[in-house]
Design a protein around this ligand. Sequence first.
Ligand SMILES: O=C(CO)[C@H](O)[C@H](O)COP(=O)(O)O
Length: 267
Amino acid sequence: MGSASNPLVTSSVAVDSSPLPSNLTQDDLKKLAAYKAVEYVKSGMVVGLGTGSTAKHAVSRISDLLREGKLNDIIGIPTSTTTHEQAVSLGIPLSDLDSHPVVDLSIDGADEVDPSLNLVKGRGGSLLREKMVEGASKKFVVIVDESKLVKHLGGSGLAVPVEVVPFCCDFTRGKLEELFRGAGCKAKLRVKIGANGGETAPAVTDNGNYVVDLYLERDMGDLEAASEKILRLPGVVEHGMFLGIATTLIVAGKSGVTVRDRFGVKG
Ligand SMILES: O=C(CO)[C@H](O)[C@H](O)COP(=O)(O)O
C-alpha cells in the first residue's frame, strides 16, 4: 500500500474528450465510468466487486459480458451483503478472501477523491469489507462522477465514516470528535431513519458494528497521521479514508470520461 504523503506521479488521459450530451443524469455518468472500468476485467481474473450505486453498474456489466461469452472464468469477491445478493441474482461465481487472498482487480465507487487519489468511502456503510478486498487487490479502479472530486478529504462537508464497535459507542464518538476538534469536527452516530421519517436505531454494518460520521469544517492536515490517530482509539474498527490504495481513477463528467493512473504503487 502506498503513502498518502508521497508525491505522486500520475498521468491524466482523456479517453473521450468530446463533451457528453448535457441531458445525462448523474446515474448516466456513474454508468459511463463503471462501463469504462469493466474494460480492465479480463477472463480468468479474481475481481473485487464494490458497493453502491456506481459499483452496481460495474457488477451488472460484468454479468452481461459473462452471459454474452465475452468474459469467462471470473470469480467475484463481493464487498458487502448487498453486492453479494446482486451478484448471486446475476449468476456471477463468487468467493472470498479466505479462498482467494490475492485479488487481480477491484472496481468500486467513492464518496470523495482528492488530487492524490486518496478516497473517502463508507457512506454506504461497507468500508471495512471494501478496504479488506481493495487493499488485497493488485489493481483498484475507482469509478466516480465528477461531483466526487474534492480538494482535500472531508472537503465536501459530508461524512468521513468510521466503523466502531457498539460497546459504549458514544464514548468512542466523543473521542473521535476530540481528535479533530482543531478541524471543527462534529462526530455523529449514524442512525437508521424509520419509515415515518423519525430516527429509530443505530445503523448496523454487515459486520454488526456501528458507524460514527465525522463532519469537518476544515482540512484535517496530514492524512497518515489522522489515520494513525483514529486507528489507535480502542473501539474503532476501521475508518473510511482509503490512503494510497487506489491505482486508477475513472471520472465521468460533462466534458467526457477521463482515466488517471497512479504509478509506482501497484501493478
Ligand atoms: O463506499 C461506498 C459504500 O460503502 C460507496 O462506494 C460510496 O458510498 C459511493 O457510493 P455511490 O456510488 O452510491 O455514490
